[in-house]
Design a protein around this ligand. Structure first.
Ligand code: NAP
Ligand code: ZN
Ligand code: ZN
Length: 351
């Protein structure tokens, strides 16, 4: 299949910085949409992937799965979009379409799901490349519609940070009688607070630092519990129906399990790997408590969230950067020095 070369930012090894490079994009097929990328959010998963934290990265890698752009062209069989539409692409660009998960709008759990980067482009027979680039070509079934009333940079993080927290909030049926806690105030954490608050829940934040208390309250949290303060942790015992744990690195889950109410669930969305220290089952058995995981969200659920954000005027709190500042941004993200999501203005790559 024919390809066109476009400008992108990526890396060729775990040790190297991200730099400008050229990548192939397929010539749009009849079902494809070609998108001019306006903004792309910077997720901690981009950093994990670029640095090969999960041991599965194939280089070169061009990260980015919080993409907002305008339709440049559509294939002959595209029905729902036209040139100029404001659209988005999240973490998925394809799936098998026929398994039970795909049929249940859970494409993220399809054994053959194709990631926006680090997946396999069956047309080009190469790795997929993400949104740190000028443009992208995506099957229309994996393209989302963005409400025009929302800030274009601010809506980008909804495509990953937003949907990753929305999906468990919806699955565990969070509403006005729910007590929700969020662990970690970063990209995912700040969206979790906004969305749980908008659903009417009582929202608490567990944070390591007391310098985020005012911010958390402004985002919609009702209280902040400093996770390193044992007395504060003790006073939260048995309280929460749902905890969303967004911490990216290995940490002890046991203190958080203790703060679940009977029938409560702690959902790990951050750390991917074995737990150390191990989970103690006693509080789980004594209180029918669960520890679960959750991966992003399906296409229909992501559109539901974009529409919800449009209705409730919800966007992410972002710091807009130029692509040339991406390596510094990764360094700052590792120190939790961002309020609360970097978003790349892709004009900086085009000029
Ligand atoms: P982020 O913006 O860097 O936020 C992570 C937050 O975790 C920090 O702000 C910090 O908050 C807290 N934290 C606690 N211990 C930490 C430590 N040792 N190092 C750094 N931060 C620590 O990251 P993000 O983009 O929200 O992503 C969070 C995790 O979710 C990443 O591992 C990412 O790969 C994963 N993720 C998963 C999915 C999924 O589908 N399950 C989707 C997207 C991302 P405090 O300072 O308040 O403690
Ligand atoms: Zn992400
Ligand atoms: Zn499938």
């Amino acid at each position: 299949m024919e390809a066109i070369q476009v400008k992108a930012y990526g890396t060729t090894s775990a040790e190297a910085d991200l730099n400008q490079m050229e990548i192939p994009r397929r010539k749009p097929t009849p079902k494809d949409i070609e998108i001019d990328i306006l903004f792309c959010g910077v997720c901690h998963s981009d950093l994990h992937f670029a640095k090969n934290d999960w041991g599965m990265t194939q280089y070169p890698v061009v990260p980015g799965h919080e993409i907002v752009g305008r339709v440049l062209s559509v294939g002959a069989k595209v029905t729902d979009y036209k040139k100029g539409d404001l659209v988005a692409v999240g973490c998925l660009v394809d799936s098998c379409r026929s398994c039970s998960n795909c049929k249940a709008d859970l494409e993220q759990y399809c054994p053959e799901w194709v990631g926006t980067y680090g997946g396999f482009d069956k047309h080009l027979k190469t790795n997929t490349h993400g949104g740190y680039s000028e443009s992208i070509v995506v099957d229309e079934d994996f393209v989302l519609r963005v409400p025009e009333n929302l800030d274009h940079a601010g809506i980008a993080p909804v495509l990953c940070a937003g949907i990753t927290t929305w999906s468990p909030l919806r699955h565990w049926k969070v509403g006005k009688d729910s007590k929700v806690a969020v662990v970690g105030l970063g990209g995912l954490g700040h969206m979790a607070i906004k969305l749980a608050h908008a659903l009417g829940a009582h929202v608490s934040l567990f944070s390591r630092s007391n310098n985020k208390i005012e911010d958390a309250k402004a985002l919609g949290a009702d209280e902040v519990i400093i996770s390193t303060d044992e007395t504060a942790m003790q006073s939260a015992m048995g309280k929460f129906d749902l905890i969303l744990d967004t911490v990216p690195y290995e940490h002890d889950l046991n203190p958080y399990v203790g703060t679940l109410a009977t029938n409560g669930t702690l959902v790990v969305v951050g750390y991917l790997g074995p737990l150390d220290p191990m989970l103690v089952t006693v509080p789980m058995i004594m209180g029918r408590k669960s520890v679960a995981g959750s991966l992003i969200g399906g296409i229909a659920e992501t559109q539901e969230l974009l529409d919800f954000c449009g209705e409730h005027n919800i966007t992410s709190d972002v710091e807009v950067i130029n692509i040339q500042d991406i390596n510094e941004a990764y360094g700052r993200m590792l120190k939790s020095d961002v309020k609360y999501r970097f978003v790349i203005d892709m004009k900086s790559l085009k000029s």
